[in-house]
Design a protein around this ligand. Structure first.
Ligand code: F0G
Length: 458
């Protein structure tokens, strides 16, 4: 037992070749798509870190379960297997299946949010925000102050600002807050975890005021593992028990099975409120599908049932969190500015410090993402002024508070040598950072412009 290396707790049975390309080819590809990484063809990418969503590798058990998929329109065996597994872990009274996370959000907010109402969240993910706003509601982000410093090693930077929540309730009025949400882990806030203590406090404030409390559970297993490792009193508890304790604090949840369920598609919505569940199912049938499949195939529900069990294996979680930390530590040691401590599903480069000579309105994050692609064929996404800088109502542009580049790590897909390759290429771009300039936008829509904007070098 002398070895210190945490190995991948699986071996590889099926592989997907990567097409190798060189710098000159990639320089042409990225120019042809106007320097927007979303517009690249996936086959022109060597290491795809655009998202951890729907990109996981399934297990042999997961694939085998898919063959058992019961594709009956109503009451399929696969639905009952899926519901049983969800209930076992999440513990809510009602499960509403959906085709992915944002469908669960749309249905939840359609039944709960009225125009002019306010939904507080530690940090809304962009589809969550868009679905609240689409209902005419206000999506209020209340991240904790410790989370704002990219360098501090506070263990739960994903927490909600509890004082801010009390203040919002006092100022806006209980009657205007239809629900309070917490997103685990806090994706837009850097993949950072939320502590049990924080969720317990938010839950008790919600109960005190009679406001329902929901969890956006996409990365619930990673969050539970962080609690086990970092929060006093949880070392001897299983991750499964921690997850159950977390959900017992809430009245319901939304879930994208494309994250912590290893599935390529799927999701669900849970609630303890029977009346609400009835309304949700009515809407579900209108746009998603019957209440025993909600837009998924039977085989998708089988894959999720297997994935939800596998994601709670502690050997897997130890490897998962160690491999993200491995990248953060290696980049930090190489002098690359990176958000710390390591989060669960992604590594965030700090483009403001990486390219301090590029002003925010010349999009340092986008420039860095372009260079990572040219250098090593690595696809990432900017989370900064391109994503958040344009006010769609006034058409005015402002610098975003942070200029980040997200390198999201698909689950069980890349090995340590892939990650070494990523680190070497980021370091190579860092070494030639002074010659990297900014970009300007030549064409972009008003809403969600990062998906389709076109750029040119300044
Ligand atoms: N909530 C969070 C916290 C998410 O990260 C996502 C998706 C969703 C909800 C929506 O789920 O994609 O199944 O509809 N995040 C992906 C990402 C897209 O790249 O972070 P969905």
């Amino acid at each position: 037992m002398g070895a210190k290396t945490i190995i991948e707790p699986f071996r590889i049975k099926s592989v997907e070749p990567i097409a190798m390309t060189n710098f000159a080819q990639r320089d042409g590809f990225i120019r042809n798509v106007h320097y927007n990484t979303f517009l690249l063809r996936a086959e022109d990418v060597l290491i795809d870190l655009l998202t951890d969503s729907g990109t996981s590798a399934m297990s042999a058990e997961g694939w085998a379960a898919m063959m058992r998929g019961d594709e009956s329109y109503a009451g399929a065996r696969s639905w009952y297997r899926f519901r049983e597994r969800v209930t076992e872990i999440f513990g809510f009274a009602h499960v509403v299946p959906t085709h992915q996370g944002r469908a669960a959000e749309r249905i939840l907010f359609s039944v709960m949010v009225q125009p002019g109402e306010v939904v507080p969240n530690n940090t809304h993910f962009d589809t969550t925000r868009a679905n609240v706003e689409f209902r005419g509601g206000e999506a209020l982000d209340l991240p904790c102050v410790e989370g704002q410093d990219l360098e501090s090693d506070f263990p739960f930077k994903g927490n909600m600002d509890v004082a801010g929540l009390r203040q919002a309730i006092a100022e806006r009025g209980v009657g205007r807050i239809p629900l309070i949400m917490i997103t685990v882990t806090n994706n837009s806030g850097g993949g950072q975890p939320v502590s049990m203590a924080n969720m317990r406090e938010v839950s008790s404030i919600a109960r005190e005021h009679g406001i329902p409390f929901y969890i956006d559970a996409c990365r619930f297993a990673e969050n539970s593992y962080f609690i086990q490792q970092r929060e006093p009193g949880y070392r001897d508890k299983s991750v499964r028990d921690i997850a159950r304790e977390m959900f017992a604090l809430a009245d319901g949840c939304t879930m994208s099975a494309k994250k912590d369920a290893f599935a390529n598609i799927g999701g669900f919505l849970c609630t303890n409120d029977e009346n609400l569940a009835r309304k949700e199912r009515e809407l579900l049938i209108l746009t998603e599908g019957f209440s025993t499949y909600g837009g998924m195939a039977g085989r998708d529900m089988e894959a999720i049932a297997v994935g939800l069990s596998e994601v709670l294996h502690e050997d897997y979680l130890a490897y998962r969190i160690a491999s993200t930390a491995y990248v953060v530590n290696a980049l930090d040691a190489a002098g690359v500015p990176v958000a710390k401590p390591a989060g669960g599903h992604a590594v965030y480069l700090d483009a403001k410090r990486f390219l301090p000579h590029v002003p925010s309105l010349q999009y340092p994050g986008q420039s860095l993402a372009v260079e990572l692609y040219r250098e090593g064929g690595i696809r990432t996404v900017e989370i900064g002024t391109v994503m958040f800088g344009l006010d769609p109502h006034t058409g005015e542009e402002h610098a975003a508070p942070k200029e980040l580049v997200r390198m999201a790590i698909p689950r069980r897909v890349y090995t340590q040598s892939h990650m070494d390759y990523v680190v070497e290429n980021v370091a190579a771009v860092h070494a030639r950072r002074e010659e990297i300039g900014g970009l300007k936008i030549t064409e972009a829509p008003r809403y969600l412009r990062h998906f389709s904007a076109r750029f040119e070098r300044c």
